[in-house]
Structures are given as C-alpha cells and as structure tokens.
Design a protein around this ligand. Sequence first.
Ligand SMILES: Nc1ncnc2c1ncn2[C@@H]1O[C@H](COP(=O)(O)OP(=O)(O)O)[C@@H](O)[C@H]1O
Ligand SMILES: [Mg+2]
Length: 371
Amino acid sequence: MELSLLINLFDVPGCLVVLNPVGSGNVNDTFNAIFRNTFDEHQVILQKINRKVFPEPEAIMRNLRRLTVHAHPKLLAEEEKQTADRVWQMPMIVQTKDKKDFYTDEDGQLWRVITKIPSATAFDSAQGTEHALECGAVLGHFHWLVSDLPTEQMVEPIPGFHVTPRYLRQYDETVENSSRAKELLRASTEVRRMEMFINERREFAYTLQQAMDRGELKLRMMHGDPKVNNIMIDNFTGKGTAMIDLDTVGPGLVHYDFGDALRSICNHAGEEESNLSKVVFDMNLFESFCRGYLRQARQFMTDADREYLYDSVRLITFELGLRFFQDYLAGDIYFKTQYPEQNLNRARVQFRLCESIESKERMIRESLAKL
Ligand SMILES: Nc1ncnc2c1ncn2[C@@H]1O[C@H](COP(=O)(O)OP(=O)(O)O)[C@@H](O)[C@H]1O
Ligand SMILES: [Mg+2]
C-alpha cells in the first residue's frame, strides 16, 4: 500500500501535507508526517517495526500501550504540580480510525503512528558537558517514570539481551567448537591477548547477575537502548525532554542502561576508531551525566543500587567487547561488517575503553559518592 494511503488509516486531524523519511535510526523505517487544517498543524511519526529485530511486534505494541498508560498520568500529575524544572514528554500512540494501536499490511508488516516530540533534536553524539547532563537527566527521569511499573506487566522484547554470563557461554562455545576460532587463536598473538583479557574478567562478568540473585538489585523496567540519539533535547531551551525508541523497554536492571549510556557518551572516538590511543573514558562527561542522572534517580534508587554503578559501566563495556570478539571468531554472523577485521577492531576499542574505565575506578567511585 502507498504510504500516503497507509498513514490516512490513522486518526490524525487535518490534511496530509508532507511525508518524509527520517534519517538516522537503524532499526525501524521511520517517517515524519505533517497534517494541517485551518488553524493548526499535527506532526506524527509513522514507523514500520523491524520484524528481524522484534520477532513479535504485536507484543512490542502491547508493551508500548502498557508503558504509556502507566507513564502519561505521572507526567500529567507532574505538569499540574509544576514541580519539574521543565516539561517532560513521552510519545503517545495514535490509533487507527478503527481504534487499533497498529495496522498490519498485506505483507504482515506492522505499522504504527506515535505523536512527535515537537521542536526537539536527538543528537548522534555527546555535544559537551551540558548535553551530557541533560542526557543523564532524561534517562534518570525515564527510570523514575517506570520504576513503579510492575515488571510482570511487560514482556522482554529481546530475551536475555544483557545477561553477560550468557555471552560468556556463547563465546566459550565458539572457542571450543569453531575451527575458524581455533585457527585465529593459533595464528595471532593479539587474538590470544584478547582471550586472556576475557579470562581475567570471568568472575567479574557475573557481578550484576549475582547481585540480583542475592536480592541486592531489583528487577525493574529499563529502556534497553539509551543511546544519545534516543534522547530528545528541546531546541529552544536546550533541556532534555523525552526518551524515544521505546520498543526495547522491558524488565531488566537500570544499571544496564546507566552503563550503556555512559559507555557510548564518554567515548568521543566512537565504536569504530582505529587509533586506540584516542579511546579514553572522559571523566568530565561522566560527571555531568551522573549529576543529571542522579538528581532524577534519587527518587527511587537504593544505596545498593548506587553500589553497583561503577561496575555497570565497566561490565557493559566489557560485554560489548566480548560480543564483538565472539562474533569475529565465529565469522561475523551477528554484527554486519564492511571490512574483514571490523569486529576485531570493534572489540579492541571496547576492551581499550574497559581498561580506561578500570584505570579510573577510584576517580569514578569518588565522583559517584560525592553526587
Ligand atoms: N516520537 C518522536 N518524536 C520525534 N522524533 C522521533 C520520534 N520517534 C522517532 N523520531 C526520530 O526518528 C529517528 C528514528 O526513530 P527510532 O524510534 O529511534 O528508531 P530506530 O529504532 O530505528 O533507532 C529518531 O532518531 C528520531 O530522530
Ligand atoms: Mg533510535
């Protein structure tokens, strides 16, 4: 079906004037639609949910419905009390004209429309300390919004996504069973060094899982993909206003989000850097992000939660390095590559970042204790 016909199945007031693809996401197909009538304008986001990433998109939409039913009243109550120093937002589902949350097309693809966060930008990388602080505030506020959403109300969108020991098992299986892996390990001292790097951190890989098993950390709701380009910043005030890309929201540890956001924000060099000396963990961005985050997260975080914040940054960085390395050994099955050793290089970058984090452990812990 033509996109312009498809969008008209949804209940948006006015006449469609523009329907444009939106650039930088790499999971869903996203379009921006503008509808006008005599006195005003409605902008919405049309998306096709990627079935390869989310095998059960209907479940994703049920999650989104539960999430918004829980969070929107909290947002409205906050707005009424005017206790916040800004307006917090969260996209809303726009139903079809026959009152469904999504439309399934003739190929079985699932389309949905959500409201657009107006006059806001999702940057592709950290813009400086103020931006980092706002990113922290948005994530912390989001975690507060969902901190009392019962975990049994939501399904895990991608089961076991951040269970580090699971990746360790997968890695061990590859080393044991793949002849390519054996050959690479035999032929390269660097690959063997990376194997050692992993072996030295085996016990550490269980840290968060064990803390959860002991009951120190509680399963709550997490975002699942807290990259900077899923955090919207108001174009006029420069303040953070909303988390978007809500398909990965599900039960988990907020620590995974916290660690993952910092892993990506505090490394200027990005994930593809070939000059490893440029890969360092930026303490200024770290402190700013944490100041923004903890100011919001204070409302629900326990002392035990805070205990594990350092570990979460180290662990998520290690985990991603491990995943890249495992995929390189297995023959680039999961992460797409443009050149032969790209996943090896990605693993190098994350392991280097992990070492940089480890070398700053004392500073990181001290700075967390102060905030
Ligand atoms: N509700 C929204 N309001 C404003 N912009 C949005 C909204 N949802 C998505 N976008 C824009 O579309 C891009 C891709 O959407 P996203 O949901 O993040 O998909 P992906 O999973 O592909 O990253 C975002 O980076 C953002 O620029
Ligand atoms: Mg996105």
